[in-house]
Design a protein around this ligand. Structure first.
Ligand code: NAD
Length: 486
């Protein structure tokens, strides 16, 4: 069993100042696979001090040099491919194929920001066109400073890559706090930082829970920027903490995203996209399209097609090649989802499929793929993020009604439109209030396009040039023309 008793600070593995031990589990075998020493404020102090010391040299390094380190991260992830897939499968309960997709996403992200670091360098000192005679104005983009990065447990390699890569490309140094539920994949990222000789203090990792590490990190005056991915409840606390000292904050929070099936959609195709949008990663996806809005004319046929597909999902050991869906990542998350299933029973929701329709594997934190139809909008299951394999459906009779129902949510992370007429799908998509809108596709994420939410789904954007901008501050140098550029 691995003992995670040390923190990665200043490129050294140092004993945590904390005393509390937390078990890290395999949610299929329901056994402890590692033990983590939950750090405390003293660990945060040491990590922030290391990041501050490293900042001047790191931000002075050329963009090409910083980019070369990010490319080395990508190469090292690739080189450890099988081990990392196995590790995230065990710690998260992800089916192997899903763990492989995560790894590919992370690699693509590090590679993309390797290029962005070089491009940033190339545009420093750009001349601004303006209407004043004899005045030269130039634009520079400086790193925000030390960034505190906090990640959740559902996609550890991906959510950490989306923060580490742009932060380092921008010239920030970082203190990363992984989720205490899934610390193993991000522990491997710190091991890679050591292996590629990243300069000391540029990336520090502190293990622990929200109370021991998260809260002290967000409150630390030496942290200039906070980037948080997780629940709305904790996100609000992070934003509150960032107010002290007027510190920069980005939040990637929850979702309750809709999938709209218009009346010209092809049912079998639509069923495939609906499935991909909700049951991937056992439904533990912030952008899961968990509200199905289907034209009444297609509803019965679509529910039949979905029921067939749900029955064919093979639940089981995530490490087995023939498993489609693994368990929930923790007993806690299984219990949270089961509380919603109990509410559904109390509310008398109509189940197309739920736990009563199938035998679950003998062990593991499983929840059966579940689908309710004709769910009232007042239902908590229609309104709240469940974060499990639970889909709620409702029927509508026009595109306009579908758009209004889709937008009637305080969340706004993602949405999907399914239609045969692509023009119509795009038109409807333009009216949706969300950061990522897919049409006739599902959950396609690329490092070049932005990620982030409208409404209570967050503040700011990750990925693309926008993700880099979150770690930069713009300044202008303005004065008389003449002489050389700075
Ligand atoms: P969580 O909010 O419970 O925890 C997230 C992280 O915050 C963990 O590392 C946790 O230890 C830490 N934390 C807890 N209390 C803290 C505090 N007081 N101060 C600072 N840090 C603290 O979320 P979770 O259960 O790990 O993840 C699930 C949530 O994450 C869902 O709501 C999901 O929608 C969201 N999420 C969003 C995105 C996105 O891109 N928008 C991506 C993945 C997950």
């Amino acid at each position: 069993m691995q003992q995670l008793t040390r923190q990665f600070i200043d490129n050294r593995w140092v004993e945590s100042a904390g005393k509390r031990r937390l078990p890290v589990t395999d949610p299929y075998r329901q056994e402890t696979i590692a033990e983590l020493t939950a750090g405390d404020a003293a660990d945060v102090d040491a990590a922030v001090a290391a990041a501050r010391r490293a900042l001047p040299a790191w931000q002075s390094l050329s963009g090409e040099r910083r980019g070369a380190y990010l490319a080395a991260f990508a190469d090292a992830l690739e080189a450890r491919r099988d081990a990392l897939i196995h590790l995230s499968s065990r710690n998260n309960g992800k089916a192997l194929a899903e763990a492989g997709i995560d790894l590919d996403d992370a690699i693509a992200c590090y590679r993309y920001y390797a290029g962005q670091a070089a491009e940033l360098e190339a545009r420093q000192g750009r001349i601004v066109e303006h209407g004043l005679d004899g005045i030269r104005a130039q634009t520079y983009e400086d790193p925000v400073g030390v960034a505190g990065l906090i990640t959740p447990w559902n996609f550890p390699l991906v959510t950490s890559a989306w923060k580490i890569a742009p932060a380092l490309a921008a010239g920030c140094t970082v203190v990363l706090k992984p989720s205490e539920v899934t610390p193993l994949p991000e522990q491997a990222v710190a091991e890679i930082a050591e292996a590629i000789d990243l300069p000391a203090g540029v990336l520090n990792l502190v293990h622990g829970d929200g109370e021991g590490i998260g809260a002290p990190l967000t409150a630390h005056p030496g942290v200039d920027k906070l980037s948080f991915t997780g629940s709305n409840m904790v996100g609000e606390k992070v934003m509150h903490a960032a107010a002290k000292g007027v510190r920069n904050v980005s939040l990637e929070l929850g979702g309750k995203s809709p999938i709209l099936v218009l009346d010209d959609a092809e049912i079998e195709q639509a069923a495939d996209w609906v499935m991909a949008g909700i049951y991937f990663n056992s439904g533990q996806v912030c952008s899961a399209t968990s509200r199905l809005i289907v034209h009444a004319a297609l509803a019965d046929g679509l529910y039949d097609a979905l029921a067939q597909r749900m029955d064919a999902i093979r639940l089981g050991d995530p490490l087995a090649d023939d498993t489609d869906m693994g368990p929930m990542t923790s007993a806690r998350q299984r219990e949270a989802v089961e509380r919603y299933l109990a509410v559904a029973r109390e509310e008398g929701l109509v189940a197309v499929r739920d736990g009563r329709h199938r035998q679950l594997p003998e062990r593991g934190e499983f929840v059966a793929p579940t689908l309710y139809r004709d769910v009232p909008v007042e239902s908590r299951l229609w309104q709240e993020e469940i974060f499990g394999p639970v889909l709620c459906g409702r029927s509508v009779t026009s595109d306009q009604e579908a758009i209004e129902l889709a937008n009637a949510s305080p969340f706004g992370l993602a949405a999907t439109v399914v239609a045969s007429d692509l023009e119509r799908a795009r038109r409807v998509g333009r009216h949706l209030r969300a950061g990522s809108i897919w049409y006739n596709s599902e959950q396609v994420v690329m490092p070049e396009a932005s990620w982030g939410g409208f409404g209570i789904s967050g503040i700011g954007r990750e990925l693309g040039p926008w993700g880099l901008a979150e770690y930069l501050q713009v300044k202008h140098l303005i004065g008389p023309e003449g002489g050389q550029s700075a």
